[in-house]
Design a protein around this ligand. Structure first.
Ligand code: RB5
Length: 142
């Protein structure tokens, strides 16, 4: 299950991503927001992050205008490694190296086509399981 959330700045892109996940047959749970009306991104970023941290969802996708506010929010939740990605190289590397469990996107930064490629790269790339990466990830939490 994928947790997905946005603020008003990310609402249109979230709709496109949800349609894309449906096409791929991937299940998601939408933690809001539910319109273009102005809202506070921490409310939604925190809800999705808590769903991932609790194990209710295995991955998360969070979107705001820049991706910055909502990724800072998610990373405050223990156990969350949210990666703000604007390119596929970063999306692949953060899965392989950081075992990132949430992807943050800036809807005012990346276009829809690139955003969907980043989503696919993030979801389809496994963690490397390399000893050095396991060690470094443990150091983040410790
Ligand atoms: C909302 O205007 C904007 O500040 C928000 O979407 C995000 O970019 C914050 O980091």
């Amino acid at each position: 299950m994928i947790a997905i959330a946005c603020d008003h700045g990310g609402f249109q892109l979230k709709k496109a991503i949800m349609a894309h996940l449906e096409k791929r047959g991937l299940e998601y749970k939408d933690y809001g927001c539910y319109s273009d009306a102005s809202v506070d991104y921490p409310v939604y970023g925190k809800a999705a992050a808590q769903a991932v941290a609790s194990g209710e969802c295995q991955r998360g996708i969070i979107i705001c205008g820049t991706g910055i506010g909502i990724s800072i929010t998610a990373n405050k939740v223990p156990g969350i490694r949210a990666a703000l990605c604007g390119d596929c190289f970063s999306a692949q590397a953060t899965r392989e190296h950081n075992d990132a469990n949430m992807l943050a996107l800036g809807a005012r930064v990346v276009g829809e086509g690139l955003a969907l490629k980043i989503v696919d790269t993030f979801l389809d790339t496994p963690f490397s399981n390399d000893e050095r990466h396991i060690r470094r990830i443990a150091m983040i939490e410790g």
